[in-house]
Design a protein around this ligand. Structure first.
Ligand code: UT7
Length: 307
């Protein structure tokens, strides 16, 4: 038994904040930000709930299914609208869904964690599941801290999955965590996001490559079979370094961080949605999703694009 993807959707706030906009208040330059990160602009606004709702509505429309047929909602977010209640039940209510709904926090690996959760739920009787990644990182950003403010953005992406007989579209997973690295990237209650960027960078490349290789091996394929890699969007130099070590040409990687910055749990589904709508995904393609983030956590999955 496995799952198939029925539809995808994404949403970003309307407000664009360019690197040039940030230079008005921060000691930084467009050149520094673009050369060190690959980011040109980011979207700012909304909430995990409002962006997650819009992405979910679009995924349901793409799937052509009614919200009332969803029997589980899993929302990956590090920035829920409130500590209590979770944001997923509010999104579910706004969609007219009365099924179980919960948040999952695995930072930038969150969407693949939520997908893994959804696949597990499908195997135990939940037939149609809404998996969302949504973030409102701007709310937890110190806009006077040039080391973080230039990196983060808001957004959401969602997928509708359905239990199916046979292996389905999700071929493998590799998930993990190492809590001894919790100090590298954190946000305390009432605080703002802080990161030891250099150390996270160094570990991110190795962690992502190792995890991706395990997921590819578990799928029973080789790296040459991967048509597209859809990585977490933290820094284009991390994506380049990981691709180089995996012996994947960069033209097989989806990069959206130039326009959205780092949107944590939302980055992978946002990038899937862009790849899908720009015809970079074709039936039968093997696609690698891979992410890492605070915790530290990491998660990779190989999926086979069906439509
Ligand atoms: O999504 C979860 C995981 N997150 C990540 O994977 C992010 C990983 N880390 C990174 O992407 C990079 O480490 C950063 C983009 C955060 C930083 O790039 P870096 O090449 O590691 O720069 P750095 O922190 O070593 O800073 C180099 C210099 C420093 O100045 P000094 O000490 O050399 O004089 C910084 O103070 O750049 C300075 N700097 C800036 N300059 C202009 C730091 N931020 C800025 C800025 N504008 N915004």
């Amino acid at each position: 038994m496995g799952v198939s993807f029925l539809g995808w959707g994404a949403a970003v706030p309307d407000r664009v904040v360019t690197n040039a906009d940030l230079t008005a208040t921060l000691d930084t330059t467009d050149e520094w930000i673009f050369e060190r990160t690959g980011i040109r602009e980011r979207r700012v606004g909304g909430s995990a709930g409002s962006l997650g709702l819009l992405a979910a509505q679009r995924a349901l429309a793409d799937a052509g299914v009614d919200a009332s047929t969803i029997n589980y909602v899993v929302l990956a977010t590090t920035t829920p609208d409130n500590l209590i209640p979770a944001t997923a039940p509010t999104i579910a209510h706004q969609l007219g869904i009365h099924a179980p709904a919960m948040d999952v926090n695995a930072a930038c690996a969150g969407f693949v964690y939520a997908l893994r959760t959804g696949v597990g739920l499908a195997a135990t009787g939940s037939s149609r599941i809404l998996v969302i990644g949504a973030e409102n990182l701007s709310r937890w950003t110190d806009w006077n801290d040039r080391t973080m403010a230039v990196l983060l953005g808001d957004g959401a992406g969602a997928a509708v999955i359905e239990a199916t007989d046979g292996p389905g579209d999700v071929l493998s997973f590799d998930l993990g965590s190492d809590g001894s690295l919790a100090h590298l990237l954190r946000c305390e209650h009432g605080g703002t996001i802080w990161m030891d960027g250099k150390e996270v960078f160094r570990r991110a490349v190795r962690i992502m490559v190792d995890s991706a290789e395990r997921a590819i091996a578990r799928a029973g394929i080789s790296i040459d079979d991967i048509s597209l890699v859809i990585p977490h969007q933290a820094n284009v130099r991390i994506i380049q370094a990981a691709c180089q070590r995996l012996h994947l040409e960069m033209n097989r990687a989806v990069v959206v961080l130039d326009r959205y910055g780092n949107t944590s749990s939302a980055s992978i589904p946002l990038a899937v949605d862009e790849a899908r709508t720009s015809n970079r995904l074709h039936a039968g393609d093997y696609v690698l999703l891979t992410g890492f983030g605070a915790g530290m956590t990491w998660a990779s999955s190989v999926i086979r694009w069906a439509t």
